[in-house]
Design a protein. Structure first.
Length: 471
């Protein structure tokens, strides 16, 4: 590490200029504090001087050569800085006008040092023998991202700015006559309840076997992609060929059995080719790696997000077969494994700022009840799924349990949890032979004219100006 330390990027002149400017012109202190922190300085003596200035500023005391000297004595660092060196800071800057420029240099050098430090730690991890390959890759990615994302720590927002940005979003929705703030599912009844799937949300669709979970996920995938969204689909159970067979069946209307066996009528080929052309034009990325770990999924999502210059939504089929690498210290039981996976998926949604949809199995306790409709406690192996998810919805086909039901070909989507919205049940038509979900009513959205009054047709930049002028 000593060789690396000598090569660490730094700019002593810029550091001295920042400190000198703050002592000479107290009005520059706030500007520097917006950009740098104590540990951004390369020399320890500069960190001590910055700390003294910061403490005086917080205490609303004047900052000058004498008060800084006294504060350094108070915190026991004066001898390490020295009177002559402290005085030299005042001579290091001819003018305080460019202090923000110098502060940015200090900040940028610190980021470069952080990247070097993270790289060194990654080398140590890779050279060690106590960490598995999957966990090592995850740690490496996290450390590099953390070293770069230091920039986000400086972000803060005034309420006025947030209000203005929110109003612009509402205005945009009003002009577009859209009811949704998130990614629409393509099903009116679901979208009216959820407002679309929101960025940063973890959405869980759960059900017992044969309820149509994978078919529903593929229908969502098609609906998203047909509106121009980029979809990343992780299939941990089915191969990519099996998924595409299902997609061809759903899109063409040719039953899946015929596609699997090749027993296709001559007249059906036009429908299949038309469906193939449609599917080929959609932005869908499929990863069918079997037994993928949660670290694999996060790593691939990041890489694909970067390579494709953004994706809009991630779908995973399904949660219980996502593996947790051996050696992850927080996992000691199956419940903790599932909890680790669900927390990781939620963090992925927030990190990439997109909705993550994951399918989940249910426990057999459903089968023991007279009413087989699932409830939240049926989520298999962990209460963490319910806790981490923003939306939990169950798929239920009454026809599966009650052949004589009057709800044939009907699937219930039971929204049992929605962090920011109502719960309830919606019904969709399910054509099992082709795996297609449709709204029961073909009625399109009846958008009302919702034009903004002319006085609200601007960009809200002048929000609050009238009040300020009257003060």
């Amino acid at each position: 590490m000593s060789a690396i330390s000598k090569l660490m990027p730094h700019d002593i002149t810029a550091e001295k200029a920042c400190l000198g400017a703050m002592i000479i012109d107290n009005e520059k202190i706030a500007k520097v504090l917006d950009i740098v922190r104590e540990d951004y300085f390369y020399l320890d003596k500069h960190k001590y001087v910055f700390s003294a200035i910061f403490q005086l500023y917080e205490e609303r005391e004047p900052v000058d050569i004498i008060t800084v000297q006294d504060k350094l004595k108070e915190i026991g660092k004066f001898e390490e800085v020295g009177a002559s060196y402290l005085a030299s800071l005042l001579d290091s800057i001819p003018t305080t006008t460019n202090v923000e420029y110098y502060a940015k240099i200090v900040y940028e050098k610190y980021i470069l040092r952080s990247i070097i430090k993270a790289s060194s730690e990654i080398i140590d991890i890779a050279m060690g023998e106590n960490v598995g390959i999957d966990e090592a890759v995850e740690i490496a990615e996290r450390k590099l991202i953390e070293s770069i994302d230091i920039r986000r720590q400086h972000e803060y927002f005034k309420l006025r700015d947030i209000v203005v940005e929110t109003l612009r979003g509402v205005q945009k929705l009003a002009k577009e006559k859209s009811l949704y703030t998130g990614v629409p599912s393509g099903y009116k009844s679901i979208d009216e309840m959820t407002g679309g799937f929101q960025s940063g949300d973890l959405i869980v669709f759960a059900g017992r076997p044969s309820m149509g979970k994978t078919a529903f996920a593929l229908n969502l995938c098609l609906n998203f992609a047909k509106t121009g969204k980029k979809v990343l689909f992780f299939s941990l159970e089915m191969s990519k060929e099996q998924l595409v067979q299902r997609l061809l069946s759903t899109e063409s209307g040719i039953d899946l059995k015929s596609l699997r066996t090749g027993n296709i009528r001559e007249s059906d080929w036009d429908l299949i080719l038309e469906a193939a052309i449609t599917l080929s034009g959609l932005e869908v990325i499929i990863d069918d790696t079997p037994s993928a770990s949660i670290l694999d999924i996060k790593s691939k999502s990041r890489k694909i997000f970067a390579k494709e210059k953004g994706i809009d939504i991630v779908i995973i089929d399904y949660l219980q077969i996502i593996e947790v690498p051996k050696g992850v210290s927080v996992v000691r039981s199956r419940n903790e494994e599932i909890g680790f996976v669900s927390r990781s998926l939620k963090s992925l949604a927030k990190e990439l700022n997109l909705p993550v949809i994951v399918l989940s199995q249910l426990s057999r306790s459903v089968e023991k009840r007279v009413d087989k409709r699932p409830i939240l406690s049926d989520l298999r192996e962990s209460g963490s799924i319910e806790q981490d998810a923003d939306i939990v919805a169950f798929l239920y086909r009454d026809e599966y349990y009650n052949p004589n039901t009057d709800k044939k070909n009907i699937i219930e989507i039971i929204v049992s949890k929605q962090r920011n919205g109502p719960v309830g049940t919606v019904e969709l038509l399910f054509k099992k032979e082709i795996g297609k979900f449709e709204s029961i009513s073909d009625e399109d959205f009846s958008f009302k004219e919702n034009q903004l009054p002319s006085r609200y047709s601007g960009d809200f930049d002048d929000l609050g100006d009238e009040e300020e002028e009257g003060e």
